[in-house]
Design a protein around this ligand. Structure first.
Ligand code: VLZ
Length: 128
C-alpha cells in the first residue's frame, strides 16, 4: 500500500475495534495475486495479520473474512471491462471491492455500507 483515503472509515463500517484499527492503520500491506486462468488467489500481507482469498471468476463462493471482521459472505468476483469487481453479500449492505491497474499501479476500492476506502485523487495508487 502506497496511500489510501478512509481506511479507518472502512474498518469502522466492518466493526473493527478501536485498538485494532490503530494498529491496522499504520500497516503497509502488500498484495500478492496469483492467477491460473479464471482461478485467483489473493494474499493481503502485513506484519500484523494476513488475509487470504481464493475464487473463480463468475462463481459464487462462501467467504469468511477471517482475521478481519470474521463474517460470512456469499461473494462473487467478475470482470467489468478491465476492472475486477467483487460483491460480498451478507449482513453488511453494499459490501465489496474493485481492483484495477493504471500504469505501474494496482488500485483497490473497498466499500461497506456508506464507507468507501479508496485512493487519493490524482495521486498514485492505493492498495490494501
Ligand atoms: O482484499 O478484501 O484485494 O481478498 C483491512 C481490515 C481490510 C483491517 C483488508 C485488518 C481487506 C488489518 C482485504 C489486517 C490486514 C481484501 C481483497 C481485495 C482480496
Amino acid at each position: 500500500m502506497i496511500s489510501n483515503i478512509n481506511f479507518d472509515g472502512y474498518m469502522v463500517a466492518i466493526d473493527i475495534d478501536f485498538a485494532t484499527r490503530k494498529i491496522a492503520g499504520m500497516l503497509k500491506t502488500q498484495k500478492v495475486i496469483e492467477q491460473d486462468g479464471d482461478l485467483f488467489t489473493m494474499k493481503t500481507l502485513s506484519t500484523f495479520r494476513n488475509y487470504y482469498s481464493s475464487f473463480k471468476i463468475g462463481e459464487e463462493f462462501e467467504e469468511v473474512t477471517k482475521g478481519l471482521d470474521n463474517r460470512k459472505c456469499k461473494s462473487m468476483v467478475n470482470w467489468d471491462g478491465e476492472r475486477m469487481v467483487c460483491v460480498q453479500t451478507g449482513e453488511k449492505r453494499n459490501r465489496g471491492w474493485t481492483h484495477w491497474i493504471e500504469g505501474e499501479h494496482l488500485y483497490l476500492e473497498l466499500c461497506c455500507e456508506g464507507q468507501v476506502l479508496t485512493s487519493p485523487p490524482g495521486k498514485i495508487a492505493s492498495l490494501l
